[in-house]
Design a protein around this ligand. Structure first.
Ligand code: NAD
Length: 327
């Protein structure tokens, strides 16, 4: 796979050049089929907090024998960074050959994370929304918001978008990425969110809207929150929705959207319909859910990084991209 005693470094632009959104969406389908089929080893991710600066660091290992790869991502999430003109997220991933443990690559993983996170949102929208869905609302105009909308545009003909973010600069930068989309304003207060698909990709730790504000058949990709006491979606919405998770155990233990209503007694674990992989592998049928309120709760999973990294490695090798480093 690589020359002995060398690894390849892939920059953010190498990742962007070698991981298209359609390929990433396909890779996420394969990744979650492997996860739900217990065909990968994914230890619980390690949380390493830096409380003085509200920093949260995650260490995410994964081994997938069927693609003969091991991955280890270190991702830092520092919500105060934008005030310092720095990105919220930084990430690096190292990749190893599963059968020998040889190091193969180091990947700039902020771009990888944004693309794979968008891609699973696109996969969920493809599974749980009707084919004519054309209106989206995005809460959080940052990196993940941009890739969510990019992925939605791959699976549905999105024409109208409502964008919510307290930062005007972020809203302006966001709209610049999507010249073909019509951005519409809310005309009521509190706003009625008349969207087929809502993506929450904010750093908010409290619910962004109520059940009364949304359509009964909306699909929601809940992406931003990843701690048991943080949530973007409230108990009212969760209790009335068919809830799908990326991975069951972490969902029940780490996702505030699920942990908080369970602690209140509003729902129990049986409220969760299944993992997205159960819908991808045909075990569960997504069709009936397309006419209901659905919430896909994504915490993010190391399997996504590994299957996305695999595409980068394969495509970059064919094109000679990446920088060889001697060990
Ligand atoms: N589920 C996953 O796999 C996954 C992957 C990557 C990141 N994330 C999470 O997604 C979140 C966003 O990440 P990012 O890289 O896009 O960060 P970012 O800083 O680029 O964007 C976050 C945006 O949210 C906005 N925001 C904050 N409060 C808001 C509110 N109440 N309403 C609307 N917008 C609000 C901010 O102004 C900012 O523009 C983070 O919490 C991150 O940890 C999840």
């Amino acid at each position: 796979m690589s020359e002995p005693n060398t690894i390849t470094f892939f920059s953010a632009s190498d990742v962007a050049a070698n991981l298209t959104m359609p390929a990433a969406i396909d890779a996420m389908r394969d990744a979650f089929i492997a996860l739900s089929g217990d065909r990968a080893t994914i230890p619980p991710r390690l949380h390493l907090d830096a409380p003085v600066v509200q920093g949260m660091n995650l260490v995410m290992p994964v081994y997938a024998p069927e693609i003969d790869l091991i991955g280890l991502k270190f991702v830092s999430v520092y919500p105060l960074n934008p005030k310092k003109n720095k990105p919220t997220i930084h990430a690096l991933m190292s990749v190893y050959k599963g059968s020998t443990g040889e190091p193969l690559a180091v990947i700039e993983a902020e771009k990888l994370t944004a693309i794979r996170t968008g891609a699973v949102g696109g996969l969920a929208a493809d599974l749980f929304t009707p084919g004519n869905a054309d209106t989206a609302a995005i809460f959080g105009a940052g990196h993940q918001g941009i890739t969510q909308l990019m992925a939605l545009c791959e699976v549905r003909k999105i024409k109208y978008v409502k964008l919510v973010d307290p930062s005007e600069a972020k809203r302006n930068a966001f709209t610049g990425h999507f010249p073909a989309i019509t951005f519409i304003e809310f005309d009521e207060s509190p706003p009625k969110i008349e969207a087929d698909i809502i993506c929450t990709t904010s750093t908010s730790t409290t619910p962004l809207f109520t059940l009364a504000q949304i359509r009964p058949e909306t699909h929601i990709n809940a992406i931003g929150a990843f701690k048991p006491d943080h949530r973007e979606i409230g108990s009212d919405v969760i209790a009335n929705a068919a809830v799908i998770v990326d991975s069951m155990q972490p969902g029940l233990e780490e996702a505030g959207e699920i942990v908080i209503p369970m602690a209140e007694g509003t729902i129990d674990a049986s409220h969760i319909k299944g993992e997205i992989g159960n819908f991808c592998n045909g075990e569960l049928n997504p069709q009936p859910l397309r006419k209901q309120l659905t919430v896909f709760k994504s915490l993010g999973n190391a399997i996504q990084d590994l299957y996305a990294a695999r595409i980068v490695l394969e495509n970059a090798r064919a094109k000679g991209h990446g920088t060889k480093l001697k060990l």
